[in-house]
Write a protein that binds this ligand. Structure first.
Ligand SMILES: [Zn+2]
Length: 447
């Protein structure tokens, strides 16, 4: 069995956030689909979304209610969805199942679609507010809503495997300050920090976890995610002493056979909330990847850190309207040589020596993943659309099968090999040297 990879810290420098705040633009309300000249009960086809994030009944995209409704819409068979089960009409059942199996009309093939958003469900012909209410009622009565809450609705269980010894050797009196069955915040009994800080971390950690699960295409009730995710909140002195990397914002530790996973953040992380949000999404991605792909030991660091940098940047931008500033500093003057350096130094072995090198390589890696996201989009309907889902699928595949990571990458990103993508990225940085606008067009870094 392959050895576990110790996950790296994320930050080399604390860059000032230079971004200007721009209003997040809300997508136009989606249509109810249909338009067929079939006479319908009005509610049968009515739009149930007010906008892309809120439904008429108040459920937001990514909420436990939304997840549970989508789970049922994705997995129930026609008879379970129909009059004998959920109670959907035959037109709605037909339209939904046709969408799921794709144009080839066969389930279990590459053109199958998994509905990830209420928006997609709302756009299905004949699926409207009545269908939504029926699916939600079924999800609630079966208890599915509770199990689909990423942050947990149940009481905390036993404390499980010990926290990483790197942390407990320095701070032996760690206790749980906030805990559910899914998410725990730990701090030292001797310096617990204010309740408001714990509450802030819990609330923002929960939002980051919800975002990450959606990005990675993971459900909260996957078996690997049953043990609670743990955040350790430390006094800055303790954090600096353990990390030997003062000025960084968070460090994740993967699990071993005798220790559980966790990540630590210093009290001062809350001084800059946009940076803290970026950090939370970043470190949680590391824990999630460690959970679902613990044996993928040939995944290059530029993919591990690149995925986390990209997720953190997207989450920060979604929350605050601007990308956190750290990557941009490194990316502005970068050329193809910088990318080549990162690929060579930050491969299966991490050969970085200094925090500056880590900052350089994390930034070039984060933009590589963003480059893949924008230059190699999967066609809608191919099942997995998003780069984070494809990287997670590739890591999982490399962990669970005899496939190498490059092989798993090619399966997840069929239009390019990993080597070809690296070469193209090097050329892209050379071609866009000196033209920042062109370089970041269409990416999360565009203003
Ligand atoms: Zn990281």
């Amino acid at each position: 069995m392959a050895s576990l990879k110790r996950l790296a810290f994320r930050r080399a420098t604390l860059a000032a956030v230079m971004g200007i705040s721009v209003a997040a633009c809300a997508p136009a309300p989606s249509g109810g689909g249909g338009g067929d000249a079939v006479s319908l009960d009005e509610a049968e086809n009515a739009v149930f979304l007010l906008d892309a994030t809120t439904t008429l009944t108040g459920e937001r995209e990514g909420s436990p209610e939304a997840r549970a409704v989508l789970r049922l819409a994705n997995r129930l068979g026609p008879s379970e969805l129909g009059q004998g089960g959920v109670g959907l009409g035959p037109l709605a059942v037909g339209a939904l199942t046709a969408l799921r199996i794709g144009p080839d009309e066969r389930p279990g093939t590459a053109d199958d679609l998994v509905l990830k958003r209420l928006e997609t469900l709302d756009a299905v012909p004949y699926v409207g507010s009545r269908s939504y209410a029926l699916l939600l009622a079924q999800a609630q009565s079966s208890g599915l809503v509770d199990t689909m809450d990423p942050c947990g609705r149940g009481a905390a269980g036993p404390t499980g495997l010990p926290l990483p010894t790197e942390i407990t050797e320095e701070v032996p009196d760690l206790v749980r300050r906030s805990a559910s069955d899914r998410l725990e915040i730990w701090a030292a009994a001797s310096s617990p920090g204010p309740n408001a800080l714990v509450d802030l971390l819990r609330e923002h950690g929960c939002a980051a976890l919800t975002f990450d699960l959606d990005e990675l295409g993971l459900d909260p009730d996957e078996p690997e995610l049953r043990a609670p995710l743990r955040i350790v909140l430390l006094e800055d002195d303790d954090y600096d002493s353990i990390s030997d990397a003062a000025g960084t914002d968070g460090i994740a530790y993967s699990a071993s056979s005798t220790e559980g996973d966790a990540f630590m953040v210093p009290f001062s992380a809350a001084d800059d909330v946009p940076e803290m949000d970026d950090t939370l999404a970043h470190e949680l991605i590391h824990l999630l990847h460690g959970r679902v792909a613990p044996f993928a030991d040939d995944v290059p660091w530029f993919i591990i850190e690149g995925s986390a940098i990209d997720a953190g940047t997207h989450f920060g931008r979604r929350r605050h309207g601007f990308p956190t500033g750290f990557v941009e500093e490194w990316l502005r003057g970068a050329t193809g040589t910088d990318a080549a350096t990162t690929f060579a130094r930050y491969g299966v072995e991490d050969r970085t020596q200094t925090l500056d090198q880590v900052g350089h390589d994390q930034s070039l890696s984060g933009f590589f993943v963003e480059y893949l996201r924008t230059k190699h989009p999967q066609p809608q309907g191919a099942g997995i659309v998003d780069i984070q889902q494809r990287m997670t699928t590739a890591m999982r595949d490399a962990s669970n099968s005899s496939r190498t990571f490059p092989g798993a990458f090619s399966a997840a990103v069929p239009d390019v090999t990993l080597d070809a993508a690296k070469a193209a990225y090097i050329r892209y940085l050379d071609d866009s040297a000196g033209d920042w606008t062109a370089r970041v067009e269409g990416t999360v870094f565009a203003r």
